[in-house]
Design a protein around this ligand. Structure first.
Ligand code: SAM
Length: 422
């Protein structure tokens, strides 16, 4: 059941009064895009910010006044995301995004803190250019936080698609939840025009862009605000993702179109996306598990190598995944008449263990104990240089009587990664 949204017609310069007159909770997140000075005329509205204003300075003051109201109203761990672009006047670039950043700083202690600047790669734009212009295919997204403690759940938007093949050899360097997205975001701008998920507004946000920010900076139940709501994409997505929201726009007609059209478009997008998210979660889970197994096997392999290098007598090493949920492994060493030296005083190995966050314990066992403790489990045979790929499965009682056993170490950790990926 989608959560309520409140699309109000009003002037965002009076945001404080609007909040005082309504019982909205403090916003956890503000996503917005102000008018870009006088580039676009929004329905000839007399009180619109930007178009028809006497000067750029007055316009900039107004935009920052709204963003400062957002600061005053929001929670202490709130974030603000402003989609805004540079524009050209008489062939000269105007640095609007950076003017906004500098203007906001004038408030000193009570000002938004700029955390990052994202390049939004829009994938497409008008197909022509003029002399001295390239086809403009990106905009800026300014990401601000109210304090140093802000909500930022990076794990919710990590990605495992397009991982370089190195994740297999160097599992300790890869977060089990995937890699964080870069600060270049590719989302196509919605096709203009109403119906079938299209949005008839001059500059609508794509739903996936709004979804990413909502996932990153809010939880269900957190309030969201867009003081320049336009087509209402922020409200529509917030509602579907169970975040109550407030949107304000000076133009009544956008609200009417929002109620009729944008909500439907968002619903179509979200119904498809929910299925996609569940598939992504299955893949992510598989990646998390594989990454953990790889870490365990790599640490085991390095320890077996190290023990072999400091002991003259050959031993058999058997690695048990003592607790698949915990990051622990047990390395059993077959004593066979000789007491091996099991001290790990190797900086490189210790650093691998620390980086992998795997806790190994090493146990020395006599022949009988060794066979007893591991014979019943399904075992796999690994070469140290190929910890990410086992050579075959094997029975442990056979291993202990096998002649060439010392080239290998053994484990009960199965792993299905094909060599083709390496
Ligand atoms: C860049 S558009 C926002 C587009 C929006 N992000 C979307 O997804 O459709 C800027 C919006 O600000 C609105 N606007 C201009 N001046 C305003 C003001 N004083 N108060 C509230 N809204 C205003 C315009 O009507 C326009 O819809």
């Amino acid at each position: 059941m989608p959560t309520d949204f409140h699309y109000l017609i009003g002037n965002s310069k009076e945001l404080n009064n609007i909040y005082a007159q309504n019982s909205f909770e403090q916003p956890q997140l503000i996503i917005t895009s102000p008018p870009y000075f006088d580039l676009l005329n929004y329905n000839d509205h007399k009180k619109q910010i930007g178009y028809g204003q006497e000067s750029y300075d007055l316009y900039l003051n107004d935009v920052c006044q709204v963003l400062n109201h957002c600061y005053d109203l929001s929670k202490n761990d709130a974030t603000l995301w402003v989609v805004v672009d540079t524009f050209k006047k008489k062939g000269v670039v105007n640095l609007l995004p950076f003017d906004i950043v500098n203007k906001l700083k004038e408030r000193e202690a009570n000002s938004w803190i700029l955390k990052d600047i994202i390049i939004w790669d829009k994938g497409k734009n008008l197909p022509w250019n003029t002399n001295g212009n390239f086809k403009n295919e990106h905009e800026y997204i300014l990401f601000f936080a109210k304090s140093d403690k802000f909500k930022f759940k990076i794990d919710t938007i990590r990605e495992i698609a397009d991982l370089k093949k190195w994740w297999i050899k160097y599992p300790e360097r890869y977060n089990p939840n995937g890699k964080p997205p870069s600060n270049i975001w590719s989302f196509n701008t919605p096709i203009r025009g109403w119906g079938n998920g299209k949005q008839n507004h001059l500059c609508p946000f794509p739903f996936p862009l709004v979804e990413r920010i909502l996932s990153l900076c809010t939880e269900e139940g957190d309030w969201v605000l867009d003081p320049f709501a336009g087509s209402g994409s922020v409200l529509a997505m917030s509602s579907l993702m169970n975040r109550p929201s407030v949107g304000i726009d000076i133009n009544r007609s956008y609200k009417q179109k929002f109620i009729k059209e944008v909500n439907d478009g968002a619903l179509t997008y979200w119904s498809k996306r929910i299925k996609e998210l569940s598939e992504i979660e299955t893949l992510n889970k598989k990646f998390r598990e594989t990454n953990k197994r790889l870490r365990k096997l790599k640490v085991a392999s390095a320890i077996c190598d190290h023990l072999s290098s400091i002991n003259k007598n050959p031993f058999i090493y058997y690695v048990k995944d003592s607790s698949p949920v915990k990051n622990e492994i047990e390395i059993n060493v077959l004593q066979n008449g000789h007491i091996p030296n099991i001290h790990i005083e190797n900086a490189e190995l210790n650093s691998l263990i620390n980086q992998s966050k795997i806790k190994p314990s090493i146990k020395i066992k006599l022949d009988d104990q060794f066979i007893l403790s591991i014979a019943k489990t399904k075992s796999y045979k690994y070469k140290s240089s190929k910890f990410y790929n086992y050579s075959s499965s094997c029975k442990m009682d056979k291993v202990t009587t096998n002649g060439d056993k010392y080239d290998y170490w053994y484990s009960d950790i199965p792993l299905k990664i094909s060599n083709e990926k390496l």
